[in-house]
Design a protein around this ligand. Structure first.
Ligand SMILES: Cc1cc2nc3c(=O)[nH]c(=O)nc-3n(C[C@H](O)[C@H](O)[C@H](O)COP(=O)(O)OP(=O)(O)OC[C@H]3O[C@@H](n4cnc5c(N)ncnc54)[C@H](O)[C@@H]3O)c2cc1C
Length: 421
């Protein structure tokens, strides 16, 4: 079949690669000059099935009020008259019950764990490199209250069979020796040894190159303007460079997905949640992190990427605005300088922001639509890279007429049909 993939982020590229391996004639379309230049460009660098959990959970509304008032705040809301933001926010609040949290988490874990297995296979088959490390991730607690509150998280990890280690100060320093110089700043940590780290942009770029070798074609610098349907089929994609047609189409446009499918009568509950990162050169490797250290107080992840450190965090509700706010940079600089004072030169930081394509329940939307040849691979939110390799395999199986290796119950748009159709 001829398949058109709309979007060359990590999700679109992972899907294109798998479809080409299955023998399809695949073309990827993107407005950018290369793959992975929007949200997949400078994320926090975690491949973290262990932390796959929705942001909406019990107690979050109260915590959110506290976060909004912090000096180095992890949550920022820029109020605007935006019905989509309001609808999304209310739906997120409805997902803050224990029951919904458990259900949503179980769906995310199903895809994330499958994705981890697919990623391992991909590495074994291709030798793809992306500053990868397989040294787990460490959630660092600055207060005893944070450490004491891990009980609920631990019981969830146990229920989902995720390996973990609860560590005291010395235990944290054993895995992250640079923390020895700031041991008075934390009381302990929770380590997930099965998690991995790396550079999502390098991964996307290198996978795009591999996809090219198995026949995928790329139309970069091409903006998609409109999708055209007739009856129950998508018939063409209208771009600023002309019209494109295929037998099947995959929407992998990240946060921009809802804008383009709306005209087809599909309401996607995906809203942009802006996040920021800085990438800083390492000045002294012995003062830098070995893997990811997640500062629980500031909700900021500090990750080693080869000879650089990536520092990422913040959830900002501001629509599609991509303005870089200096206050957010200060928070990221504060965390890395506070925990790794000898590690990095923050004066040479590359400052970036991206829009997480978030669903209210944290779970992506992958699978078919009511148009027989239109598929969705979007809404991957906080952990899109973590779920990319598995998403690619699921999409390829579906479009090739095979049964996906994981159950898609609760992962497709159908779960929203009542509220959003
Ligand atoms: C600060 C931050 C930290 C994060 N940390 C992590 C992490 O540690 N681990 C993790 O797994 N995930 C993380 N994420 C989430 C992850 O980065 C995203 O879920 C993922 O990149 C989404 O990929 P995507 O392919 O869906 O979207 P994108 O990468 O945004 O790709 C969508 C593509 O569609 C194209 N496009 C959009 N509209 C049009 C149009 N009209 N015409 C043509 N092309 C168009 C864009 O150019 C873009 O290339 C983080 C995100 C942020 C912001």
């Amino acid at each position: 079949m001829k398949v058109l993939i709309l979007g060359s982020g990590v999700i679109g590229i992972a899907t294109a690669y798998q479809l080409a391996l299955s023998g399809h004639e695949v073309t990827v379309v993107d407005r950018q000059p290369a793959a992975g230049l929007e949200t997949s460009y400078a994320n926090a660098g975690e491949v973290s099935p262990g932390y796959s959990a929705p942001w909406a959970g019990p107690g979050i509304p109260v915590k959110a009020i506290k976060w909004l008032m912090m000096h180095h705040r992890p949550l920022v809301i820029r109020p605007r008259l935006d019905p989509a933001m309001l609808r999304w926010g209310l739906s997120m609040l409805r997902n803050c019950t224990s029951q919904r949290y458990e259900l949503n988490k179980s769906r995310m874990v199903r895809l994330a764990e499958y994705s981890r297995d697919c990623m391992k296979e991909l590495r074994a088959q291709t030798g793809i490199q992306y500053d990868e490390r397989m040294q787990g991730t460490l959630q660092l607690f600055r207060t005893q209250a944070q450490l004491d509150a891990t009980g609920a998280d631990i019981s969830i990890l146990q229920r989902f069979n995720v390996g973990f280690e609860l560590l005291d100060q010395d235990g944290c320093i054993r895995h992250e020796p640079a923390l020895a110089s700031v041991r008075e700043k934390f009381v302990g940590g929770l380590r997930l040894p099965g998690d991995e780290t790396g550079d999502c942009y390098k991964f996307t770029q290198n996978l795009a190159a591999l996809a090219g070798k198995v026949g995928v074609r790329f139309r970069y610098g091409t903006t998609i303007v409109r999708l055209q349907s007739t009856g129950d089929r998508l018939v063409e994609v209208i771009t600023d460079g002309g019209s494109l047609t295929a037998d099947a189409y995959v929407v992998a446009l990240g946060s921009h997905s809802p804008l383009l499918v709306r005209r087809l009568g599909l309401r996607l509950p995906v809203y942009p949640v802006k996040g920021y990162s800085i990438t800083v050169p390492i000045t002294d490797a012995s003062g830098a992190p070995e893997s990811t250290v997640m500062d629980e107080t500031h909700k900021v992840a500090v990750t080693r990427l080869g000879d650089r450190i990536r520092v990422g965090g913040t959830a900002e509700l501001a629509g599609y605005d991509l303005k870089l706010h200096g206050a957010r940079r200060h928070t990221l600089e504060h965390v890395v300088s506070d925990l790794f004072p000898r590690g990095a030169d923050v004066a040479r930081a590359e400052f970036w922001c991206g829009l997480r394509p978030m669903t209210p329940d944290g779970t992506p939307i992958i699978g078919p639509t009511r148009l027989s040849n239109l598929y969705l691979a979007t809404g991957h939110g906080t952990l899109g890279w973590t779920m990319a390799a598995g998403t690619g395999r699921v999409m390829s199986d579906l479009i090739s007429g095979r049964r996906p290796e994981i159950d898609l119950d609760g992962l497709t748009l159908e779960r929203y049909s009542a509220a959003y159709a």
